[in-house]
Design a protein around this ligand. Sequence first.
Ligand code: AMP
Length: 433
Amino acid sequence: MTFQTLGLTTDLLRAVAEEGYTEPTPIQQQAIPAALQGRDILASAQTGTGKTAGFTLPLLQRLSASKTANGRRSPRALILTPTRELAAQIGDSVRAYGKYLSLRSTVIYGGVGMEPQVQTLRKGIDILVGTPGRLLDHVTQRTLDLSQVEILVLDECDRMLDMGFIHDIRKILAKLPVERQTLMFSATFSKPIQTLANTLLDSPVLIEVAPRNTAAEQVEQVVHPVDRDRKRELLSYLIGFHNWRQVLVFTRTKHGANRLAEQLAKDGLKSTAIHGNKTQAARTRALNDFKQGKVRVLVATDVASRGLDIDQLPHVVNFELPNVPEDYVHRIGRTGRAGNEGRAVSLVCADEYPLLKDIERLLKQTLPQDVVVGYEPTSTTPSVGTSSANQGRSPHGGRQKTGGSGSVSSPTRQKSGGRPRRDRGRTQAEGRR
Ligand code: AMP
């Protein structure tokens, strides 16, 4: 199947070709024709499936095809997203895909001044991308008129609800025309999502491209059991030994993210943290530095990570497992995007085993465990050696089985399992560069 067969106009086909897309992804194959027909959509799609183009392309086509008496150019399409980063990223996609159309778009989120946004809105906008809180501020101050919206997109709906945006969303919905097209995207389908869908959507086309709540198949996942107080050391070691150049690391707290970034920097790894307490400018800078390879390790919290789009990110590390198992799916969705292979590594200490069990239950699979020699956990880790699907590979490509089905990786080529010096792996890896 090609983009031509989906019924897109030449202006859009040109823009898509310039993005380097040759074939529509499964969600695009299903969503684009349905949305072009004006149908409502309820789609369950993981991040990384190409869902942004799945809703943006038909939206652009429909808006550019229909004439409007909307002289003031109040927004005709509204895209709601949970985070600033995701909003910015969707804004970039709208601009990229719509570069040969004469539609105006802008992105609105909190954490930055209102006034420039007011000026932009006053000039007239066709497509508005934003986070619910700030959009509502504009609606309340009457600097935004939503009465002309023809198409509404709710992206990463489950996350918006998790983040407590439901009241803001409902207030925004009340300002929209009843006659409109609504496209709803969510990685998971909880009860509240279903309830919202029932009230918002009119005979929607249901699209489910990846089995619900399962990790992207192309992501290779591994668990390294390790004591909590040796996680940082192991992480520095793995990054150095494998010579990972771009690693996204997840922590549970903002404080933890800052501290880890500082400690890794002390280990000689260029690192920065990204989380909700940072100013938008600092978050954007951190992300750009990471994308450009100026920063090797980006440490993020779950909220901040949402919407990060870093092409072909090869490594995601769970420095701590998330409390909510669905967050694990979102986290590892950062790698293996759009068909690229990725690796998700989780450093798991004894008290995180209940969280690991929850994740495995959600994924309906046992994650392979791989103990790194020299970093064997001293406290009881109930599952070590009992994993039935151990795919663990040692850093030098071999596999060492230990008795049962657990495996032990040798980070150095030494035969004994002696504790490696803190910097040995890094030195080896650096030597290969
Ligand atoms: P999304 O799931 O929308 O965040 O998209 C994930 C990534 O896939 C982004 O980097 C897109 O640029 C990329 N992408 C989207 N559609 C395609 C396609 N048809 N072919 C190749 N890459 C794509």
